[in-house]
Design a protein around this ligand. Sequence first.
Ligand code: PAF
Length: 272
Amino acid sequence: MAEWSARARREGRSVGFVPTMGALHEGHLDLIARARKDHAKVVCSIFVNPLQFNNLEDLERYPRQLEQDSKLLDEAGCDALFAPQVETLFADLQPHTYDLGRLDGHWEGPSRPGHFQGVVNVVERLFHFVRPDEAFFGEKDRQQLTLLRHIARQEHWPERIVGCPTVRAVDGLALSSRNARLSPAERQKATVLFKALTVAGAMAFRHTVQEVEEAVRETVANEPGVQLDYFGIADHDTLEPLMDWGDRDLTVALIAAQVGPVRLIDNLTLWR
Ligand code: PAF
């Protein structure tokens, strides 16, 4: 794969990269389209990374559909698919413990110990094999994106990390491979995450952070069968939880909730 990228670059073609765990949906295809806009060559990887799952059942049940994904990538104009075996990608891997600063001390961090170390380790491995110029990540996984930008800067990775807006279904639900595990009734209930974020968006900067949190808790509580894990307002760049708006013009609202068998996350940028 590295040789393929090197040849593309020798021919004056830059390489855009979309790392995924497969079960591709419109969100992934949007990342491919964005990569295609900026790069002559686009690579997508499909690898269900065991290092980032702290729940064995979640890992085992993660949807896998390589043949269908491969067809979707062809149709989307992706030039190469990198779908390595664990033994290839992790050959000689000594998992590295990265300094994540305070970035995994809140939101997903406490609920998923080791998750972000697993993400950073696999992204480093994927970059090592693919050698892209830029890599494209969805803003739906906002903390992952913030963390990868931080590590790329800290470790002097040559690859540029590009964040892309969340793609949503018409009812607002953020697209995610995990949505496939929701029953039709659960799928309907899951829209409460975006509803709650919309409530936060409407109240932001005009009410206190505590009032926004209260309104969001009430919105989610009104949807039986959905358990709120967290909701909060964070600094746009560091994702540090905020108790008040301060003089910021930009913040982020983050939410996670359990809907049936699936834990869903979402977030929304809030503007003053
Ligand atoms: O966002 C994802 O799908 C995964 O966390 C990633 C970046 C492909 C690493 O396994």
